[in-house]
Design a protein around this ligand. Sequence first.
Ligand code: 13P
Ligand code: SF4
Length: 303
Amino acid sequence: AEQNRELREKLLRLKKERNAIILAHYYQRDEIQEVADFRGDSFLLAQKAAATDAEVIVFCGVHFMGESAKILAPNKTVLIPDERAGCPMADMVNVDGLRKLKAQHPNAKVVTYINSSAEIKAETDICCTSSNAVKVIQSLDAEEIIWVPDKNLGHYVQQHTDKKMIIWEGYCNTHDMLTVKHVIEMKAKYPDAEFVVHPECRPEVVAMGDFVGSTTAILDYCKNSPAKRFIVGTEDGTGYQLRLDSPDKEFIFATKFLVCPNMKVNNLKKLVKCLETMQPQIYVPTEVADKARTSLERMLQVQ
Ligand code: 13P
Ligand code: SF4
């Protein structure tokens, strides 16, 4: 506790000196969420990165999030506490494969989940996050959609649109670990609880949800629901904001495996160190960033 207090003081000093803003995803460790200027889901954090006046953005999340910030704010320095914080789902789609699909479906528009590399975004018509995926798809005039990389979110979105979706086979290792059996056991143990679930989970698990939504949508739902107990089907870092919003409610995670090891690579010590050394920084080659930017900006314009 004493060490953390010292680290927090140092962080405040460095933040002022560097004119930096700290953005933290809801899946980050509590000790990082505590000191962030903004906590958010991937959509809100992309908006904040695009709009900030600060010179330095410290992105506490995984690599693709820092990349998106750098693409949207190319003149800023973007730091990440540990560059090994990757996203296995983002790595499940490659440029060659996507180009092949585009050649096979020349009339399709490419909709890419923000959980993807800058190179993939450069091949994309429009990005989306789990909070705006359906709206993004509806905003397009094309009848055919190439969807990368999350098959689970793609399946969920397909249920809310008549467009033909060609869905890539990627998935989030963390959310995909949650099974129907886990949920049945939890529901039996806590029959009064509501089950809230992220659409990155398997379709059969999502189908069991009393509420299905993105990280922010789950937070809003739990805050406003009259229920006192929730079984949570998303990453365990969300417990920080859930408990902050509703200290009188109980949040039980559907399994102990709902922890994204990549998100947890970052910690307070590394956060302070990156602001001190101004390393590691996120770089995106200009040609890639210029192509990728359009797909992110289009997403930010969808109402
Ligand atoms: P959201 O923050 O958009 O809900 O995304 C979930 C996720 O897995 C981020 O890596
Ligand atoms: Fe990637 Fe899943 Fe971790 Fe999000 S929670 S960073 S999608 S592995």
